[in-house]
Design a protein around this ligand. Structure first.
Ligand code: GLY
Length: 418
């Protein structure tokens, strides 16, 4: 009941501020490195899109020449710095695929061959990651790089690499539990048995892709089973998500519901909610099973009902009352991308408009001077939080915030071109 009342208000406010923002947007445009022309024919969303893409390309023009070491990838920018802090392309580094993924999307949204060349160079350096079986992050690592290489760059030769990656991921499925094991116990000793985290939903895309592209058809069943088990166990009655579930590896019984990156075991870590919205939207897109659409909608509505006026969540919804707590722009970018897809999957016009305008309001906010890196650092976005509870990456730019942001722009562009 309450949700129904809150959601339209959030969207109404967001849309209104979006319209008002058009005036100041014109001023902001002049700050971009690349001038854009806005004609009278441009709609509001086309205008935002054009400016946001121009900003991304200008940021890449600055950062790419500095990122020359092929054994490393950019991961974060500290608040006081302007350049990316780079880390090794390491088997244990879940973020390795996002930089090549950004370059693929940059090629997609601009058509500039230079980004394609750069994307190929940065993708092909970690082919051997296709054999990773130590954790679930292989989906996060391989799909943005090799998956976008196939889908955007038409690099058919990457297909076998993706199919091998999917086989590696599938080895972590435990049929007693009905989910993929996310983490090893050695690296996460708080838990002794089968650990599944909400983030794992994103890795299912690799399995769906495999089943559709000549891989093992069981990959589809594994992905669906994981989504069903997670739907049954990973969410509270109010449709917010826990971060980490520990299952008994033999009986499949839930032993514990905890967190690693949230404020507290029972709190609502914002990016966790974002992974849920994105994950179930994607699972519906792949399966067309209505129960997943209904679930994606309720997760999206719950997330929207918790947002502040600027549409960018605090890093954990349960500390949001404290104005000193940092934001997480990465969660907003993940959800913006998901909602653009969701707006095309729901059938009724009111829902289509609700999710579309919510996504647009998020993108507008992310592109504003409050969150944009333009003129300040080399990233697309500022003010993300990786893991405050662990003392890492607090109020920084994050490579995966930029990835989901440019993915959202690519999805919006495709939608507008339809
Ligand atoms: N493991 C993904 C995240 O930090 O959200």
């Amino acid at each position: 009941m309450m949700l129904k009342k809150i959601v339209p208000n959030v969207i109404k406010t967001a849309f209104l501020s979006l319209c008002l923002g058009l005036i100041s947007c014109k001023g902001e445009t002049q700050k971009s490195n690349k001038a854009i022309t806005v004609s009278n024919k441009d709609t509001l969303s086309a205008y935002i899109l054009k400016k946001a893409i121009a900003d991304c390309e200008a940021q890449l023009e600055k950062s790419v020449p500095k990122l020359t070491d092929l054994t490393m990838h950019p991961r974060f920018i500290e608040k006081e710095d302007s350049d990316w802090h780079q880390v090794k392309n390491d088997k244990l580094m879940w973020t390795s695929g996002f930089y090549p993924g950004i370059l693929w999307y940059a090629y997609d949204v601009t058509g500039n061959e230079k980004w394609k060349k750069e994307a190929i160079k940065r993708t092909e350096v970690f082919e051997d990651f296709k054999n990773i079986t130590e954790h679930h992050d292989i989906g996060f690592m391989m799909f943005p790089a090799y998956g976008n290489g196939v889908e955007i760059g038409n690099k058919k030769e990457y297909k076998d690499i993706l199919l091998t990656s999917a086989n590696s991921l599938a080895t972590r499925f435990n049929p007693n539990v009905g989910t993929i094991k996310s983490w090893s116990n050695k690296m996460h000793p708080r838990w002794k048995q089968h650990i599944t985290i909400i983030d794992n939903m994103l890795n299912l895309e690799l399995l769906f892709w495999s089943a559709k592209n000549g891989g093992n058809p069981e990959h589809y069943d594994i992905a669906v089973k994981h989504a069903e088990t997670t739907m049954n166990n990973h969410f509270r009655k109010d449709h917010t998500s826990w971060h980490v579930l520990e299952y008994d590896s033999i009986s499949g019984k839930v032993l514990n519901r905890h967190t690693k990156q949230g404020y507290a075991d029972n709190s609502r870590w914002s990016r966790g909610q974002a992974w849920g919205v994105y994950g179930y939207t994607m699972v519906y897109k792949e399966t067309k099973d209505k129960k997943f659409l209904d679930f994606a909608k309720v997760l999206a509505d719950t997330y929207l009902s918790l947002l502040p006026e600027d549409m960018i969540p605090c890093w954990d919804f349960d500390v949001a009352n404290n104005p000193k707590e940092e934001k997480d722009a990465s969660a907003a970018a993940v959800v913006a991308s998901a909602l653009i897809d969701l707006s095309t999957l729901v059938e009724d016009k009111a829902s289509q408009e609700k999710y579309y305008h919510a996504a647009l309001a998020m993108l507008k906010s992310l592109n504003s001077t409050e969150y944009s890196g333009v003129g300040i650092n080399d990233a697309f976005l500022r003010h993300s939080t990786g893991a405050k509870s662990l003392g890492w990456e607090i109020d920084v730019a994050l490579i995966y915030a930029d990835y989901y942001y440019i993915e959202a722009l690519s999805r919006l562009k495709r939608l507008q071109e339809k």
